[in-house]
Design a protein around this ligand. Structure first.
Ligand SMILES: Cc1cc2nc3c(=O)[nH]c(=O)nc-3n(C[C@H](O)[C@H](O)[C@H](O)COP(=O)(O)O)c2cc1C
Ligand SMILES: [Fe+2]
Ligand SMILES: [Fe+2]
Length: 407
């Protein structure tokens, strides 16, 4: 775990976590950081005390001592969000200090009590203030359903720092560069994709609430955004606000100017048409991503479909239905409420077909409202006339997706 000074009396502790399934589901290829913050006036508050998988809380105590804070002298534990990646340290901390006040929203308080047995809880509402002394004044701003119903922002007035918790967060491990002004162009791209991965894997279902949280952030004068995961934005906090606004559009059908081919094939028949489509996309100079299911991780699959303006589904019929790994992927996309994408499907069948019917059922079941170009199905190997139809479908998709591009 690393300690960074953000301003006088404000510190960040950050640790990289790798080799876990985030939420027990997501294989996060590039890890994630858990960030915790200290605000020190006459009184000391810790915001989102993290527990990790690396020997924390003991390492946290070592880091606290490094900046001259005895853990016993922490007065307030501010729980912006009860999820254990932000609060898992409470029980352990309680063992070394019993006159500790937990500060959180009413919704979080119920969970802090039921998960950790805490009872010394001060519930805060919109605009409530905690004066720590020496000029450090915190205010609290609930942002319900930014992930969970309990979430709030904590804002420090003197330095105009927003401790935004999951909001404005990103996956991705951090090396030596933790502030936006230190990131290299490669790291900026890395965290943009890891932001998309985070938003699409964890947050996108709550897009209407995230939009409200963006509006709430705009009512505060912000110099620095300090999220619970990912880099701190002190040079240009507006960048991550704009990124999150853009991601909220991706959740509803917009995307980058790129196509994702979500595909699977048992004996290579559908794959032949995929090869053909790649040739068309290359000829047309279109950026594209290929996701072969079930080889791709759910995390990568959801993030890549989410950020693309055009989706090609290439999958055969299997037992009178859609090739299962592709059906599973689409169900996951549907559960995440990723709506409004422009899409085109083709695929091979042997005798009856059936993939198309299940595709419609999935789109209907999850109310995905995807805008489909007419599908192309072919018996066995794709023939010349099938490939002509596939090409026409792809060209229509490229035309239609133009209206959806938001970079
Ligand atoms: C396990 C299995 C189940 C299948 N079920 C059906 C089916 O229900 N209806 C059908 O028309 N074809 C069915 N087929 C035939 C495939 O759709 C056909 O072989 C197609 O060309 C496979 O395309 P691919 O090589 O891209 O996987 C099935 C094939 C397999 C291997
Ligand atoms: Fe969360
Ligand atoms: Fe989190």
């Amino acid at each position: 775990m690393k300690t960074l000074k953000i301003a006088d009396g404000i510190y960040m502790f950050t640790m990289n976590v790798e080799d876990i399934l985030f939420e027990g589901i997501w294989e996060i290829a590039n890890g994630v950081t858990l960030n915790s913050y200290i605000v020190q006036g006459e009184k000391t508050a810790i915001i989102d005390g993290v527990i990790g998988w690396d020997g924390i809380p003991e390492t946290l105590y070592v880091n606290l001592k490094e900046i001259g804070i005895d853990p016993k002298n922490i007065d307030y534990l501010i729980v912006n969000h009860m999820e254990p990646d932000h609060s898992g340290w409470i029980s352990n901390f309680r063992k070394i200090k019993d006159d500790l006040t937990v500060i959180c929203t009413e919704k979080a308080a119920k969970m802090v009590a039921s998960f950790y047995g805490e009872d010394n809880i001060k519930i805060v509402k919109e605009g409530d203030i905690l004066d720590l002394g020496k000029g450090k004044v915190l205010s609290f701003h609930p942002v319900p359903n930014v992930h969970w119903p309990d979430t709030m922002y904590t804002y420090e007035r003197e330095t105009k720092t927003l401790f935004s918790c999951d909001m404005f967060g990103a996956f991705g491990r951090m090396g030596d560069h933790c502030f936006d002004d230190e990131l290299t162009p490669e790291e900026i791209d890395f965290f943009e994709f890891e932001g998309i991965r985070y938003y699409s894997n964890v947050m996108t279902t709550f897009t209407p609430s995230l939009r409200k949280a963006i509006e709430k952030a705009k009512t505060l004068e912000i110099n620095t955004i300090a999220p619970g995961h990912g880099p701190i934005y002190r040079k240009n906090p507006q960048k991550i606000i704009d990124d999150y606004s853009r991601f909220s559009l991706y959740a509803e059908g917009a995307g980058k100017n790129e196509v994702t081919i979500l595909w699977g094939s048992m004996y290579g028949m559908t794959a032949k048409a995929v090869d053909y489509v790649e040739g068309i996309l290359q000829r047309e100079g279109v950026k594209y991503n290929k996701l072969e299911m079930p080889l791709e991780s759910d995390s990568e699959m959801v993030a890549t479909v989410f950020k693309s303006a055009g989706i090609i589904i290439a999958a055969p019929t299997y037992e009178y239905k859609l090739f299962p790994p592709v059906a599973t992927a689409l169900n996951e996309i549907g559960r995440k409420k990723i709506t409004g994408k422009v899409a085109f499907r083709f695929g091979s069948y042997g005798w009856s077909g059936g993939a198309e019917k299940e595709l419609s059922e999935i789109i209907e079941r999850h109310k995905m409202k995807w805008d489909f170009i007419e599908s192309v199905e072919f018996e066995g190997v794709p023939k010349e006339e099938d490939l002509i139809k596939v090409e026409a479908g792809v060209l229509k998709l490229l035309e239609k997706m133009k209206a959806k591009v938001v970079e």
